[in-house]
Design a protein around this ligand. Structure first.
Ligand SMILES: [Zn+2]
Length: 492
């Protein structure tokens, strides 16, 4: 989260944003248009787009267009001058191979980007906010490119699609639905071998690029620490049999809140976790919290306030030039989707409980139960989703720990251990975990390979064997077990 902006109760836009907008309108009417200076240019390179941000001393009109032979993008700024060195811009990983600038018509600025590939340009202006002044944003989308590095295998996608349909039909419980459960089962089960598919975990590092998120007293940025924790979680997930991670963002760039859930859905994620670090305007609060979506209202005042702040990210990241004004349809759709979301929410709360339990072993808990609030990033109808505030970056002690690699690792392990516990108990039908569970039931003398975060009592509970019997069967004296060790699971 970031800052302490309040929303206007009438139009749901932040008051500060509105007053900035009104002021800029008044200024435009009252004064002749002054010359704008480009004080800085920033570039964010994402897998599916590049974003160029011009920091301006005042608002300026822009004209953006493509030219061929050689392929280039021209950005004309009226009544503007350049007050920064474009050669210092790091073009690495973007579609831009070179940047040039010149004076146009005596008073205008022309910036020319040489392009290494096709782009679809889009531009918009952003008014000042807490972090930046007037900005011109030029987005270059890469046609046909996915926001994630390795899109999901189409066969896995099909299986997952059928599972979702079957689960939904099961929940709705209609006659028609029952037959679709059966047809899904016949496709995925008897004749063909079990798909043993991976459970897909979508990992969303909050904020990014233009939006730093909360900033700690020593200058630690939320967007940086959450990306590090997300990458550690990714390694945990990918290292475990039957799981696969999808990174929603894997670099320092911004992705819109709705786009984040869209990517998770495109990737057929089984679970979506958004990782954040809390902040407050006093240094004292500390501890971790876990949030699920609320359909009615926030469980607490803090939860409400936090959701409002997190939902502001799009205003800072500036994903959409027209902001939320044209979102009326989306709101209506959201209400309809809420009906489907009830079942998903139960799963979210269940996973949230497990995650909170594990986090409580690593850090103090800010709230001892899974909180609920209207986070936009959690609005996925069929994917259980959680938002985890790993700690308070505004607390000097917690800020220091959040930067520490070993501590980040413990947080990541706690997150994974919680969600794995849930999926081991409730594996999706076509998953490897479901196959393992069913296979273990049917054969005698099973074995289990110990995974990071396992405890003896959990392994015993999962296999419905008393701990004493499990210890006896494996000649264990204490409770110490090690990762990779293979336990014999006796029949109870
Ligand atoms: Zn945040």
């Amino acid at each position: 989260m970031s800052g302490s902006r309040r929303l206007c109760r009438w139009c749901n836009l932040p008051k500060r944003w509105l007053s900035a907008w009104l002021t800029s309108c008044l200024v435009l009417f009252a004064l002749p248009v002054g010359a704008a200076e480009v004080d800085n240019v920033r570039l964010w390179a994402a897998p599916d787009h590049a974003r160029l941000v011009f920091d301006l001393s005042t608002a300026a009109d822009a004209n953006v267009f493509l030219l061929d032979d050689p392929r280039r993008l021209v950005i004309d700024l009226e009544q503007s001058g350049l007050n920064t060195d474009l050669a210092r811009l790091d073009l690495e990983g973007s579609a831009i191979s070179e940047v040039r600038s010149g004076i146009r018509d005596g008073t205008g600025l022309r910036v020319v980007l040489e392009l290494a590939r096709d782009v679809e340009p889009r531009h918009f202006s952003l008014p000042p906010n807490d972090q930046y002044g007037h900005r011109l944003v030029v987005d270059m989308e890469y046609p046909g490119e996915s926001a994630v590095e390795n899109p999901i295998d189409p066969i896995e996608a099909m299986i997952r699609e059928q599972e979702i349909a079957a689960e939904r039909a099961h929940r709705e419980g209609t006659g028609e639905a029952t037959s679709s459960v059966e047809s899904a089962d016949t496709v995925t089960q008897p004749a063909k071998p079990h798909p043993k598919r991976d459970i897909i975990i979508a990992i969303d590092a909050g904020h990014g690029g233009e939006d730093p998120g909360a900033i700690g007293p020593s200058g630690t940025r939320e967007k940086d620490v959450v990306l590090e924790i997300a990458r550690r979680l990714q390694r945990q997930v990918d290292g475990a049999d039957g799981f696969r991670a999808v990174m929603i963002r894997d670099g320092d760039y911004y992705i819109g809140l709705r786009q984040r859930t869209r990517i998770a859905r495109e990737q057929k994620a089984d679970f979506f976790v958004s990782i954040h670090a809390d902040a407050f305007n006093s240094p004292r609060p500390n501890g971790s919290s876990v949030y699920a979506l609320s359909q009615r209202g926030a469980t607490s005042e803090t939860a409400q306030w936090l959701a409002e702040s997190e939902n502001q990210a799009d205003l800072i990241g500036g994903v959409d030039g027209s902001l939320s004004l044209k979102d009326k349809d989306e709101v209506l759709r959201g209400v309809l989707l809420d009906l489907t979301m009830t079942a998903t929410l139960n799963d979210s709360l269940s996973i949230g409980g497990q995650v909170l339990d594990r986090l409580g072993r690593v850090n103090r808990l800010h709230k001892s139960q899974v909180e609920q609030a209207g986070f936009m990033v959690l609005k996925s109808p069929d994917i259980p989703s959680l938002l985890v505030e790993t700690g308070f970056i505004s607390n000097p002690d917690e800020e220091r720990r959040l930067r520490d690699g070993a501590y980040q690792q413990r947080l990541a392990e706690a997150l994974f251990s919680g969600l794995r516990e849930h999926f081991q108990r409730n594996p999706p039908p076509a998953s490897l975990l479901a196959w393992q569970r069913d296979n273990q039931r049917s054969t005698a003398g099973n074995q289990y390979r110990i995974q990071p975060g396992d405890t003896l009592s959990e392994i015993a509970a999962r296999h419905q064997v008393p701990v004493a019997q499990l210890k006896q069967a494996n000649e264990l004296n204490g409770d110490v077990i090690r990762v990779g060790q293979v336990l014999r699971i006796p029949r109870s």
